[in-house]
Design a protein around this ligand. Sequence first.
Ligand SMILES: Nc1ncnc2c1ncn2[C@@H]1O[C@H](COP(=O)(O)OP(=O)(O)OP(=O)(O)O)[C@@H](O)[C@H]1O
Length: 306
Amino acid sequence: MESEALLSVRDLRIAFDGVEVVRGLSFDIRPREVLAVVGESGAGKSLTARALLGMLPKDATATGTVRPDLSAERGSRIALVPQDALSALSPVHPVGDQLAAAVRSVARVSRKEARARAVAALDRVGIPDAARRARSYPHEFSGGMRQRAVVAMATINEPDILVADEPTTALDEERREQVLRVLAEQREAVGAALVLVTHDLDVVRRHADRALVMYAGRLTELGPAQEVLARPRAPYTAGLLASLPQNARGRRLPALPGTPPAPGALLPGCAFAPRCPLATDTCRREEPEPRRVEGRLVSCHHWEKV
Ligand SMILES: Nc1ncnc2c1ncn2[C@@H]1O[C@H](COP(=O)(O)OP(=O)(O)OP(=O)(O)O)[C@@H](O)[C@H]1O
């Protein structure tokens, strides 16, 4: 696949009780890119993100490889921007202390220096009066400020890779945009790649370099975000786009009918076939493998007709 990769995922499979929910996923993360991972609920986006961090649930069985394995360097080379800032931050320590502790967990610096870095990090993400605010507890922050504080926490040790799983779902629309902007700025400032799990194709359009579209635990389409959105080559991507209200007219394929299959209830062939307007007997027989098409990867027997 791509030659220059920060992290390579190969044939990742994740199962619970013998039922595979991520089914042979391969992709690379490139330096400094924003890779959006999109797809409907249950596609396996969160589990994939957690696999990158070595944070799969204990009852999950995983095979395949994630190389290099950065799980021991979580918080330094790879960091999570959590969805829920309140549960990510300890309620019993001031925010500044938590950031300073994160610094001291990877760097041999004095308490004073760690403290100074914590305040600087809060200042960078736009917390007003950062030196004073560093002494506040998470519950004393507004939702937007807390979310910016976790961005500060995730970026304070300048990781190579940030993983953000729906980082703004708990926020209203205005704060959502604010937090995404801060995340984009901080990512740029520390030179990290960002894996951004999202439902929101507008977020992909505005923030992503590449998009990985997942369906039923597989790669459906992977390529430059703007190209994938402008000219999808997998019927599933086209359906997702057609589901957006602003795209209701003028699309060649209809919006997505039906719902994704339940794990463990997959029929043979392409998992999307039961919902796909282009499905043929071939699709119902053979699961398509990702193939190179017009500078991207597409898993569809009929990509030319999309
Ligand atoms: N701990 C678990 N035990 C059993 N099944 C699980 C567990 N975690 C996830 N799953 C199943 O794995 C599948 C993929 O889950 P995952 O959370 O990765 O999906 P997702 O694409 O992130 O969805 P969402 O957008 O809703 O977060 C789902 O069918 C889910 O029910």
